[in-house]
Design a protein around this ligand. Structure first.
Ligand code: GCU
Length: 463
């Protein structure tokens, strides 16, 4: 009997030691690779660390509600020192800047100080575009930093509705593969810039081909938007900055660092660069007499939805903010860890966030903020969050809860944030100062989504 007991004890002890040793090895490897990703200047080493970590974090991904951990969200209405925020003045002067600062330091990164000059080149104007429905303008925004010799250009495509005497309200957002993808219109200049590989849509050797013209017509619904009296303004996100790790110097971040300058851990990633680019597009709109720049709705899908939210949070000139299926790092609550997680996104797209954000890989609960606070930064301006029911990677419920949790800040302004407290049924939009719907179908922007955005903008722009 004693011997059996001894054997059992020995077995348990050695098993536990072995398991602990294994756990240590994994934890050590994670730490080692996390460190390597931040410090190495060898591309192969970086890639080895990134892909190992990416597999590691992907293995932990879940898509079921039962696996959502118990979590406590930071309170948008409590100052870091603990005091409750119960009026808009304290919100504007103290709490809002505090939250912005935390997002800058730990999530998207701050834009450093640098000087640049701006000029605008009108590349073409056609007053009879789209069969006379619109005036098409193409404008190049030129940005140059004389002190370090760097420059960047952003090519704007603008459709103004001919049926309305200006100035007109606007829907503005970045696109994934060039302005010519949003409509078949042959007058749209084909982008010549670098693009992420995508054979299926006709991107070859990292460049757009004619095949891609009009590929994303559904995502933009140009005719409908124009018929409702709105202008459409877009630019290729890759003009602002190419969507690939290591291409920072080919976009607007080069303006700050030139060819050699280094990025600090709390300085901007690509999402913040895109958001900054949206601000430069807004600068142009302010000079265009055909545009009502008090009525600019900024919108974006997916990664560009994340950028649109950060643009809306940091630049209060955007009067409506719309996030379409923006998910992790966008509208969805990070602490739920459902679908894409912080660890996965930082190792899939290491250029999107600031380097400090990596500290929260696998540690969402330690973030000083969560994404409902990003949404709250948009208050009191109207905000629309859209999910798609099959888009579980973006955690539709997490997007809804985030909008609901931003509502107390809207209520501080005596505004109804989100008019409901439980997630509405599929295809049942709700619209307060915050709007929300979960559409049937998957990750996309559809005519249905646009109908809601147009309705929402009509209400808030008083049309
Ligand atoms: C990937 C990524 C998402 C992103 C999406 C997109 O799925 O993981 O975070 O939103 O691409 O931009 O389409």
């Amino acid at each position: 009997m004693n011997r059996i007991f001894l054997l059992l004890t020995l077995f348990t002890v050695s098993f536990t030691l072995h398991a602990n040793a294994q756990m240590n090895t994994v934890a050590d490897t994670v730490r080692h690779y996390e460190n390597l990703m931040q410090t190495t200047d060898q591309p192969e080493e970086f890639e080895r660390a990134r892909s190992w970590l990416n597999r590691y974090y992907r293995d932990q991904v879940t898509r079921v509600e039962e696996d959502v951990p118990v979590y406590v969200l930071p309170d948008p209405l409590r100052l870091d020192r603990g005091h409750r925020v119960d009026n808009t003045e304290t919100w504007v002067r103290q709490r809002r800047p505090e939250i912005l600062e935390q997002f800058r330091t730990h999530v998207y990164g701050r834009v450093p100080e640098f000087d640049y000059d701006t000029s605008y080149q009108i590349q073409s104007v056609d007053e009879h575009a789209l069969g006379g429905l619109a005036t098409r303008k193409q404008v190049r925004v030129e940005l140059a930093n004389r002190s370090n010799g760097s420059d960047a250009t952003i090519d704007l495509l603008i459709y103004l509705p001919n049926s309305v005497d200006g100035p007109v309200p606007v829907f503005m957002g970045l696109n994934f593969y060039g302005n010519h993808t949003i409509h078949k219109d042959e007058g749209i200049i084909l982008s010549e810039n670098w693009m992420r590989p995508n054979e299926t849509i006709g991107i070859r050797n990292n460049r757009a081909t004619e095949e891609t013209r009009g590929y994303y017509t559904e995502r933009w619904q140009v005719e409908d938007v124009l018929q409702r009296g709105y202008a459409v303004v877009t630019a290729y996100a890759g003009d602002v900055e190419p969507d690939e790790h290591g291409r920072m110097r080919q976009g607007v971040r080069a303006l700050a660092y030139g060819e050699t300058g280094k990025l600090a851990g709390d300085e901007w990633g690509t999402l913040a660069a895109w958001a900054w680019g949206l601000g430069r597009m807004m600068d142009y709109l302010e000079t265009d007499e055909g545009i009502d720049h008090q009525k600019v709705a900024v919108l974006g899908h997916s990664r560009l939805g994340k950028a649109a939210l950060w643009a809306g949070a940091t630049d209060e000139r955007f009067s409506i903010v719309i996030s379409n299926n923006s998910g992790c790092g966008g509208a969805a609550l990070s602490r739920r860890r459902l679908g894409e997680t912080v660890g996965v996104i930082n190792t899939s797209f290491p250029h999107w966030f600031c380097d400090n954000h990596n500290e929260f890989n696998g540690r969402e609960a330690d973030l000083p903020v969560d994404q409902h606070m990003l949404l709250a930064l948009i208050a009191p301006r109207p905000l629309y969050v859209a999910s798609a029911v099959e888009d579980t990677w973006a955690d539709p419920k997490g997007e809804f809860l985030s909008a609901a949790e931003a509502s107390p800040v809207y209520r501080l302004y005596d505004l109804e944030g989100l008019p409901v407290t439980t997630q509405p049924e599929v295809d049942q939009p709700v619209m307060g100062t915050i709007g929300y719907h979960v559409r049937s179908g998957g990750h996309a922007v559809t005519a249905y989504d646009w109908q809601q955005y147009l309705e929402f903008a009509d209400r808030h722009f008083g049309k």
